[in-house]
Design a protein around this ligand. Structure first.
Ligand SMILES: Nc1ncnc2c1ncn2[C@@H]1O[C@H](COP(=O)(O)OP(=O)(O)OP(=O)(O)O)[C@@H](O)[C@H]1O
Length: 234
């Protein structure tokens, strides 16, 4: 089996300018995630969880440190190269869905595939929407869908390219408990079907316990990195 880590972060620092001067948001993050692992990133509000995910996704540039994804050193990729890499290798699900309001569910999933030159984008999008139980809603616009349905569309879109790395930033944060549980089960189901690596930010201890590992961030540093009971039982 290929032992190349899905993600390796070495001494990641992120310093951003604010009105009050520079803020040290990430202060030396070292983290290695194996292929196929599910990892929950937890920690207090403002501790740097989303910033860490943004750095991994190439949407924020680390001030210092090294980022390797699936064995590739992406640290110095320019914006265009990272955009292509992200398109092919990374799927992202956000708390507030980030769907295009003027596109139907089907178009939200299919159009990015079309841009990525994937063959038969509308057929692939239909299959992905079916996999999240939304076949009957494909022609609906985001405003005509419930929060849980919108997150299913976002999940279908994130998984449509079969990304090696799936990132989810509080994907159940805007949903009620029951809907959030269904989305989490779907997310873990898609992860299992696609055999990818999942990095999930959550405030919900029950969701975190469904992952293999919990990484706790505080003040821009990793203060705990433990296997869950689920992983121990395997
Ligand atoms: N563009 C920015 N400029 C300056 N400071 C920022 C910027 N973005 C985030 N921060 C600060 O960085 C810190 C970490 O923010 P981040 O959103 O990563 O935290 P978080 O752990 O994800 O929080 P939450 O759980 O509330 O979403 C916060 O203090 C935030 O105010």
């Amino acid at each position: 089996m290929d032992k190349t880590p899905a993600l390796r972060l070495t001494d990641i620092h992120l310093k951003l300018a604010s009105q009050a001067g520079h803020v040290n948001i990430l202060r030396g993050i070292d983290l290695e995630i194996n292929q196929g692992e599910t990892v929950a990133i937890v920690g207090p509000s403002g501790s740097g969880k989303s910033s860490l995910m943004m750095v991994v996704a190439g949407l924020e540039r680390a001030t210092n440190g090294k980022i390797e994804i699936a064995g590739q050193d992406v640290t110095h990729f320019d914006e265009d190269r990272f955009a292509l890499f992200r398109r092919d290798q990374i799927g992202i699900v956000f708390q507030d869905f980030h769907l295009v309001p003027t596109m139907t569910a089907l178009e939200n999933v299919a159009i990015p595939l079309e841009f990525a030159d994937i063959a038969n984008p509308f057929d692939v999008a239909r299959q992905q929407l079916e996999a999240v139980g939304l076949s009957h809603r494909i022609d609906h616009y985001p405003s005509q869908l419930s929060g849980g349905e919108q997150q299913r569309v976002a999940l279908a879109r994130a998984c449509a390219t079969n990304p090696a790395l799936l990132l989810a930033d509080e994907p159940t944060g805007n949903l009620d408990g029951e809907t959030g549980k269904k989305i989490m089960d779907l997310l873990l189901g898609r992860h299992k079907a696609q055999k990818n690596t999942l990095l999930l930010i959550t405030h919900d201890p029950k969701l975190a316990d469904k992952c293999d590992r919990i990484v706790r961030v505080k003040d821009g540093l990793i203060v705990e990195n433990i296997q869950t009971q689920k992983a121990v039982a395997q």
